[in-house]
Design a protein. Sequence first.
Length: 274
Amino acid sequence: MSRVIDVHIHLSELRGDALRPFAEAHGLRYDLKELLSLMEENGVEAGLLLSPPLRDNTIVRNRRVLDLCSRSRGRLFPVLTVEPSAAAVRECVATARRNRGEVKGFKVRLGYVPSFPDDAVFSALYDFAESEGLPVMFHTGDTSLPNASLRHAHPLNLDALANVRSSLNIVVCHMGNPWIEDAAELVYKHRNVYADISGLFAVGAKYSKEYVEYLSGRVSNAIYFAGSAEKFLFGTDYPVETYQSALSFVGKLKLHEDDFDRVLYSNARKVFPI
Ligand SMILES: [Zn+2]
C-alpha cells in the first residue's frame, strides 16, 4: 500500500455545514477527532483542508479552517477559499501572508459563485499565488446545489486562465466530472494544470456499483489521454466520499504499478508545498 496524501478534505464542526447530509449517509460524526483517526487507519499521512459550504451557499470562514488545521497535530494544512470580491481577495492574501508556510494554496468555487477563472477580480490573488509558488484549486463540474451555474463550473473555462498564467499551478477539482475528457485535455495541453480525482461519487443510488465501474474506466482513459499519471492527485472530498470507497476506487484504476504512488502521494508533494 502506498503512502497517501488527500488533497481535498472538508470539515467545519458547524451545524449549518451543507456537507452534513453526506456525513450522515456514511454514518460519520464529521468532527476533527474522527477525521484524524480515519486518516490514521487508512494510512493518510497528510491532508489539505478546504472550507465547506454552509446551507445558505456562503462559506465557512477561513479562520476556522486555519484553527482546525492548527489542532490537527501537523496532519491537516489549510487551503483558503476565495470568493469573487476585491475585499475577499485582499483578505485572503493578507491571511496567507500572516500564515506564510502554513497556507498551502487557494480555492475558487466556480459554479457556486457566478465567476469565470480569468475574471479580473482574482488577478491580485493569482499574482500572489504565483510569487509564492502556491497552487489555486478550482471547483469544476457537477455542483451539489440545483441552482448553481454549470456554465461557470465547466472545466474548459480554465483554458483562458492557463493560457495567460503559465507559472500559476492550477488544480481542476473533481476532474470536471462529467466533463472528464475536457479536464484531461487541460492537463495534457498545459504544463501547469493538474486534476484531482475527489468527490466523483456519493452513496446510495440504485446504480452506484455500476457507476463506480464506469467512472474508473473514464478516469483511467483520461490518464491515458494525458499521457501519464504525473499530474493527477488523490482526494476524497470528505465527507462526500469515505476513505474506504475512495481508496478502493483508486485500486480499480488500470495503471502501471509505479503510478499508484504518484497519484496517491508523490504528485501532491510536487504541487503543494507539504
Ligand atoms: Zn470539495
